[in-house]
Write a protein that binds this ligand. Structure first.
Ligand SMILES: Nc1ncnc2c1ncn2[C@@H]1O[C@H](COP(=O)(O)OP(=O)(O)OP(=O)(O)O)[C@@H](O)[C@H]1O
Ligand SMILES: [Mg+2]
Length: 153
């Protein structure tokens, strides 16, 4: 478990933007944490790296929003309203894992069918209004040697 503390929205976005530089097709991120914790802001920052941030829309009414350019495909899921893991399987959710970079807000709901290798970031509100403590866990071996502190500015 690694911890990165972000003391402003911009810092969270820059952290995600810098991390995105090391992400590729097939990478899977799970974002967890209460409403308003900063998960979608993190996704905005990640999309900034790929020049896709202008298109960000919260997938409130759909399960997945897709972002594409000539370099990458990014799939942003919000599973908050997912009834159960079968609903995810029924939309062919598992087929997305290898198609591009997959990011799952509330991804703990599908923990049982996630690939072996993924990064889980749990956002916790800190003492200050704009403080967010990011608890970062890696699953499988692919990400085990990553040092996440270096992505913070
Ligand atoms: N350090 C920070 N990092 C990210 N967001 C922050 C930070 N400090 C304050 N905020 C604010 O917290 C809110 C985070 O909202 P965001 O939509 O990213 O949350 P969320 O985790 O996606 O919530 P939901 O579960 O409802 O989708 C924004 O209003 C943002 O301005
Ligand atoms: Mg959100």
């Amino acid at each position: 478990m690694q911890e990165v503390i972000c003391t402003s929205e911009i810092q969270t976005k820059m952290f995600a933007k810098n991390l995105a530089a090391d992400l590729n097709k097939g990478d899977v991120l799970v974002l967890s944490g209460e409403l308003g914790a900063g998960k979608t802001k993190f996704v905005e920052g990640l999309l900034m790296h790929f020049g896709l941030q202008d298109e960000i829309s919260s997938p409130t009414f759909t399960i997945v929003n897709e972002y594409h350019n000539e370099k990458i495909d990014v799939y942003h899921f919000d599973l908050y309203r997912l009834a159960d893991i079968y609903e995810f399987e029924n939309i062919g959710g598992e087929e997305y894992f290898n198609k591009g970079i997959c990011i799952f807000e509330w991804g703990e709901l599908i923990e049982d069918i996630l690939p072996n290798d993924y990064i889980k970031i749990t956002f916790e509100k800190g003492a200050e209004e704009e403080q967010r403590n990011l608890k970062i866990e890696t699953f499988g071996t692919k990400y085990e040697n990553m040092d996440f502190a270096k992505y913070k500015e």
